[in-house]
Write a new protein. Structure first.
Length: 411
């Protein structure tokens, strides 16, 4: 007779697999599409696209407002109360919708104000709409209820639609606008399908609420929002700065290196998000989780560093030294980001220390922001690489030392 797997571990495995599909739809898809884009629109076109995405990403972070942590935690705590789940879902989604509408209006006005966005205005505009709609998908609800299987297939289907569209419609550099348009169509399909699943499969329904609950939701998620916004001050702003002072081909190489490292980091994000509801209820599993994350991150970092030349040769017909260098420098930061997820997100935030995570994230990120302004115009993309490296290292070290300090405190 086969040994029976405990239900809590079986649920963890299912949610980990489902989250792998969700994050894979966001990050592993570039592994498939990157060679196609580099061969069709070139490094220059790829640079323009990622320049636009780096600006639009600020809108996405604004719309998400840290709900991936704050709303997930609230839903997980209210799992046995359908009425409360309906209320949390309604006010959280309404809050995100209001922020999406207001944020997109401000985003459009900014595009019209600055000359640097005028040449590719439509690409910037569509990228903003795409990331804004994608940020509205209530992944936090499925995650908090540990029902990620539904949303996983939604994301997989939308990404397959995007990939199919790329192979059919993107043939030359003149087809660049089709890339964000296809992303927008896929995100819209995913949002609409997820809302149907919320009602019919999760049996979660819209419920009226009072206006002050929106303010309360914003207040509850404020520290997580700032913690997640802060890294964008250096990561996405670094792409913006490189794009502002460098040729499009350099922007393409720099952003391609960032994208490939994000693919690797997404593995840790999958594990971290899948374990989050379990750690929220039972902190005793954290030590085993942290050991596993350390081993996994070291393995990924070494593989990326050693295999950087092979990866670039696989992606491009002609070698790009800037891309190889970028992968090698950033590969080590996989360990740093895994450390932050392990001790910052899945320990300190779960124990009510969001304000501490917010403070050190904000301080380090503002420092990186200032360094980017000063160094990138003088030193180019290499300065941006090393600033991202230094910021991720600082955040990882602070997360670990704050974890050690908090663990020694009496309950």
């Amino acid at each position: 007779m086969r040994p029976r797997i405990p239900s809590r571990y079986l649920r963890l495995l299912k949610n980990t697999a489902a989250l792998a599909i969700v994050k894979g739809s966001q990050f592993l898809v570039p592994v498939i599409t990157l060679p196609l884009l580099l061969r069709t629109v070139g490094l220059e076109g790829y640079g323009v696209l990622n320049f636009a995405l780096s600006v639009a990403q600020f809108l996405a972070v604004f719309v998400q407002y840290g709900f991936a942590i704050s709303a997930t935690r609230r839903i997980s705590a209210a799992r046995e109360d359908p009425h409360q789940i309906n209320r949390i879902y309604s006010v959280t989604f309404a809050t995100a919708g209001l922020m999406a509408g207001g944020g997109f209006l401000v985003y459009t006005l900014l595009l019209l104000q600055f000359q640097v966005f005028q040449q590719h205005f439509l690409i910037f505009l569509v990228c903003g709409a795409y990331l804004g709609i994608q940020a509205l998908i209530p992944v936090w609800l499925f995650q908090g209820l540990e029902r990620m299987g539904y949303i996983a297939w939604v994301h997989a289907g939308s990404r397959l639609l995007f990939i199919a569209g790329l192979f059919v419609l993107v043939r030359t550099r003149e087809d660049l606008l089709w890339v964000p348009l296809l992303n927008l169509l896929a995100a819209l399909m995913a949002l609409l399908t997820s809302l149907v699943l919320v009602s019919r499969s999760l049996n979660v329904h819209w419920q009226t609420f009072q206006g002050r609950e929106v303010l309360s939701t914003l207040q509850q998620g404020r520290d997580v929002f700032i913690s997640q916004l802060a890294p964008n001050l250096y990561k996405n702003f670094s792409v913006f700065m490189v794009g502002y002072v460098s040729p499009a081909a350099i922007v393409g190489a720099y952003s391609a290196a960032l994208k490939l490292i994000e693919v690797a980091i997404s593995i840790g994000t999958v594990v971290s998000n899948a374990v989050l509801p379990i750690l929220a209820r039972n902190p005793s599993h954290h030590r085993a989780y942290s050991h596993g994350m350390l081993v996994l991150s070291l393995f990924i970092s070494v593989c990326l560093f050693v295999g950087s030349h092979w990866i670039v040769n696989l992606l491009m017909e002609a070698p790009a030294a800037e891309l190889v260098y970028g992968i090698q420098v950033l590969s080590i930061t996989v360990l740093f980001v895994f450390t932050y997820h392990t001790f910052g997100v899945n320990y300190l935030m779960l124990r009510g220390q969001e304000h501490r995570v917010r403070n050190y994230n904000l301080a380090v990120s503002l420092g990186g922001f200032a360094l980017l302004l000063v160094s990138v115009p003088a030193l180019g993309y290499q300065a941006a690489l090393w600033i991202v490296f230094a910021n991720r290292l600082c955040i990882a070290l602070l997360s670990y030392f704050m974890y050690r300090r908090h663990r020694r405190l009496p309950d």
